[in-house]
Design a protein around this ligand. Sequence first.
Ligand code: SF4
Length: 455
Amino acid sequence: MNSIFVDKFYEENNRKPKVNITTFGCQMNEHDSEIIMGLLSERGYEATEDRKNSDVAIINTCSIRENADKRFFGTLGQLKKLKENNPEFLVCVCGCMMQQQHIIDELKNKYRWVDVIVGTHNLHNLPKLIDNIKSEKKKQIEILPEAVEMIEDLPSKRLYAEKALVNIMYGCNNFCTYCIVPYTRGRERSRSPEAILAEIKKLVADGVREVMLLGQNVNSYKGELEDGSPCPFPKLIRLIDQVPGLERIRFMTSHPKDMSDELILAFKECHKLCKYVHLPVQAGSNEVLKRMNRKYTRESYLTLVEKLREAVPEITISTDIIVGFPGETEEDFQETLDLVRKVRYDSAFTFLYSIRKDTPAEKFTDQIPEDVKHERFNRLVELINEISGEKNKQYVGNVEEVLIESISKNNKKAVAGRTDGFKLVNLEGDESLIGKIVKVEITEGKTFSLEGKLI
Ligand code: SF4
């Protein structure tokens, strides 16, 4: 069917069906939602922020972030009311949580009114399942236990005009003991370098200036060129660096054990590769790192940071840290604080450990009491904020190139953008600046952002 309207009702009422997507979790999920919206746009749907007035609501779930289950079922509860008022309203759920059997069981038992359930490996089938439910009038469930093929050339409705998310690989082989991703997203699969380059060239032709290469563990990317030769991640970066018109390359997330000397050299030599790295450490104690199955030590991590800063002195570094992992003693936690003091991160995402069902750490008996976790968490956040505030103050007087992304959240007469080092900068300006890379003098360094003025 080539009609832009998916069914007669909308045609007769001279309007497009409206879809509201709620996305939980990481940038991989954000990009999946962009693809879902791209696929649905091709079928005549339009996006709406207004869930109450939508025809289809989609929840793209995450099983990593804290309280993910609560937030998911809370959102479902709100949708139930809309469904009761309008039985034609369709509710679809997808994403990582749908790869967990206990979630599917709960949906089948307690949320029978959910119309479409689809897993991570066949997300591209969601529009087809929505069509099916209209024709078959029965619930659609499609969960594949593992990926069967890598689908290329899926359309995507980007959140930003000037920057784009590009998946370079899927899945993870690392099995950190607290993490559910290898079970929900499957083993690592790398896209072909040629397909990635073709996508990036197309994005650049469409006005994109910055790409964020995505994967659960991008630096273990193992592509293969058409001639059969291997294309590890540093080589892929060098190939992307040559794409004319592209101005910035970023990637997320990297694993310290896969941060090779070649990749460090690429930071030094590839002009377009932003001098910023997110290098999740998770803990500063070797004992905890071992129990997390992180496959590096605090010493090797600190050496890595040293090497990165030696190669690129201006590089900015952020991290993830989990507080209160089972068995974490006060001494272990002190080692984390010590590591934070040594590295002096530009920023850090901190998490309170909480049990993820079906992970090895679920079975660890020495779980940490909540009050101890919270008390440690507060100490850690205080230290991190103090350091990032100090580091941001050092930028005052610098002239930075800033890619303007949007109108500032708190001030409609200001715009916000990112430096090469991923620092958030707010400055006076209007929407004519969005999408441009401008020179900005930094006038103030705050804890989480910089203030500046256009030069
Ligand atoms: S590297 Fe570890 S934390 Fe990251 S996705 Fe893989 S298993 Fe999860």
